[in-house]
Ligand binder design. Sequence first.
Ligand SMILES: *Cc1c(COP(=O)(O)O)cnc(C)c1O
Length: 363
Amino acid sequence: MTVRPRDDVALMEGYHSPQVDVRVRLNTNESPEPPPAAWEDDLAEALAGIDWNRYPDRAATELRAGIAALHEVDPAQVFAANGSNEVLQTILLTYGGPSRSAAVWEPTYALHSHIARITGTGVAEGERAEDFSLDLDEVRRVFAESRPSVAFLCSPNNPTGVVDPREVVAEVLELAEAGDCLLVVDEAYGQFAPWSAVDLVDQSRPLVVTRTFSKTWSMAAARLGYLVGPAWVVADLEKVILPYHLDAAKQLAGTLALTHVDAMGARVERLVAERVRLIDALRELPVQVWDSGANFVLLRPNAADGSPGMRARGDEVWQGLLDRSVLVRNCSSWPRLDGCLRVTIGTPDEDDAFLTALREVLA
Ligand SMILES: *Cc1c(COP(=O)(O)O)cnc(C)c1O
């Protein structure tokens, strides 16, 4: 007997992000702070009221109403799922699939192309400019050559931190509209950025914006994400998602979090201030560092004299940090990111521990 996965799945590599036990964990862009204590209390009380023998509200009515109120849209324009990755997967299951393609501009969030492939969707790959900004001529080229059904932007982009300007996203939306393509703007880090594409969402335009409770909202463990878009997209996605996919506890966790928006906002402000401090400190060191609109920073240690090259230097510095119990994301071997490391903004103490370890490693 030989049970084999699909040929394309057999050739795939899974998602790798090591969960190592270290003192300072700055590798997955989680919030360094727990959610507000009052939210935990509210949730504990609400959990006691769940009818565990019953299926949860399939439409997640209260949760969607809360998200809709936050963004000042209609609840019919909100689709929620188990993390924004499940939102992305549902989009691709609905609008992608065999004989269709999804466009990405690299470097960007690896799961856009990975989930596309898993759903049998082709990947139309474009390039970002040298400084990681989006080049509209390159966007036009990909639309013209590949006629994608779905196009992904990520702003602020992971792993570079680059925010795409409003005019650029508006222009890409025009191109998507002309090409009968759904534009997805992944705003997993949207709250850290100066503007949001949610403002461009319109019932008659093919644009959705995805968000997550995992990063800003200090709730990575809850696995909750959503999109805001036209109601017709939400109706299409509802046909594809499994029934009762959002469990009762998660619906409560999300609904209650939305009653603590101010405390969440305070967390964002602290992280943005800390990001400024961290970038300033990195600029004093022999590393290249990019501006960021997110809760992480991309950096590239300068190659040392006689070092075997950028990629090896990145690996070496990553290992040196790990030896000092500081874990960051090693992007050294990723295409277009030779020798780069991505560090999540932590608490001031964690960031100081990172800076101290980095100074030692670079010395
Ligand atoms: C973390 C991240 C996500 C996934 O978040 P979940 O809601 O935890 O699934 C999506 N997009 C980007 C760009 C991310 O960095």
